[in-house]
Write a protein that binds this ligand. Structure first.
Ligand SMILES: Cc1cc2nc3c(=O)[nH]c(=O)nc-3n(C[C@H](O)[C@H](O)[C@H](O)COP(=O)(O)O)c2cc1C
Length: 329
């Protein structure tokens, strides 16, 4: 093994973990290119969901989550990463360069990396157990280290109505529904959200869920929306640039992996933020107009009788990772 750059097997192991990152509709809108001294992340603009995510915010958040997964993976594999974001202003699709030097992983790095294969988006009801304030404080600290604000959301009538409006607005939008159908249910093979990962949405839940195609996942027996004592967290940034969105994706990954490592279940929820009016109400209500909302995350304890969730599919590594010196790339 070189002492200046990891060998291919190590890079492949890190990339395999990076591709486990969450992404909007499981589009996996990233591409990795490996140089002789650095690892490069690009966004795949063809995988932008123009009707779901007209602003392209979820697109960049998804890539930011993959970036943070890669950083966590390299750290745990003994390579200390340094990240440069948007390294070339003339090339906006080139999102980040990771440079690596040998390092010694610390226990929190290993715990976060070990959480990557165990994390699932769990859209079912959570149990009545509250999320400990200490766990939320740890998530807040890790988001803050990435420059992102985290607030616990207290759902009130205004917010609940706003969130419901976003869902019912989309339920009447044919372009949105067509895109959702293409990316969920029976079409989910190497990408997309499989039917087995989505329960039938409960339109009376305080936080209405996105209505994916063909939902077949059962709620754990005896659980109800009323008993769900999960917390809703919001991530926000002081400005609203592509860099903020990329960083918000990194913080999303940090929060999800921290929660998973603590034994908690998680579910990113962005439908309301994809609607400009709803986003503006969330900005006022949750952040007092100080931060721009980028992501909402449900966090909670799964009921003891909840079956483990199957993992969602990913594209093969060869489709998303290439080497600069490889003729086949
Ligand atoms: C930017 C972003 C937005 C997302 N929005 C939602 C959402 O509104 N509702 C939802 O149920 N899941 C949402 N997800 C979760 C994805 O659907 C999920 O990550 C993907 O299907 C892969 O599954 P996994 O997280 O279990 O690996 C979102 C994820 C990201 C990164």
């Amino acid at each position: 093994m070189s002492d200046t750059f990891p060998d291919r097997e190590t890079v492949r192991a890190a990339m395999a973990l990076a591709t486990r990152a969450p992404s909007v509709h499981n589009t996996q809108p990233w591409r990795w290119r490996i140089g002789s001294h650095s690892v490069h992340l690009y966004v795949e603009p063809e995988l932008h969901l123009i009707h779901t995510d007209p602003d392209g915010r979820d697109l960049l958040i998804s890539c930011g989550a993959a970036l943070h997964h890669a950083v966590v993976a390299f750290d745990a594999l003994g390579w200390q990463p340094t990240v440069r974001r948007f390294p070339n202003p003339a090339e906006p699709h080139h999102l980040a360069v990771i440079e690596l030097v040998p390092g010694t992983p610390e226990l929190p790095d290993i715990a976060l990396a070990a959480a990557i294969p165990r994390r699932r988006t769990d859209r079912r009801y959570y149990s009545g157990w509250p999320v400990a304030l200490g766990d939320i404080a740890l998530m807040t600290a890790r988001a803050a280290r990435l420059g992102i604000g985290l607030r616990r959301v207290k759902l009130n009538d205004v917010l609940t109505t706003t969130l419901r409006q976003a869902v019912s607005h989309n339920a009447r939008d044919l372009d949105y529904l067509t895109e959702l159908t293409v990316w969920s249910g029976r079409y989910a093979a190497l990408a997309g959200v499989p039917a087995r990962s989505t329960p039938t949405p409960d339109q009376h839940a305080a936080l209405p869920a996105r209505i994916f195609a063909g939902a077949v996942l059962d709620q754990p027996a005896g659980t109800t929306a009323e008993d769900d004592n999960g917390s809703l967290l919001a991530l926000g940034t002081s400005t609203d640039t592509p860099l903020d969105r990329l960083r918000a994706g990194e913080a999303t990954s940090a929060v999800l992996l921290t929660a998973t490592a603590q034994g908690l279940s998680t579910c990113p929820v962005t439908e309301a933020l994809e609607n400009p009016e709803c986003r503006s109400i969330v900005r006022t209500d949750v952040f007092g107009d100080e931060l721009f909302p980028q992501m909402l995350i449900r966090v909670g304890w799964a009921p003891l009788n909840a079956d483990p969730l199957p993992s969602t599919p990913r594209r093969p590594l060869a489709d998303v990772v290439s080497w600069f010196d490889d003729d086949s790339s």
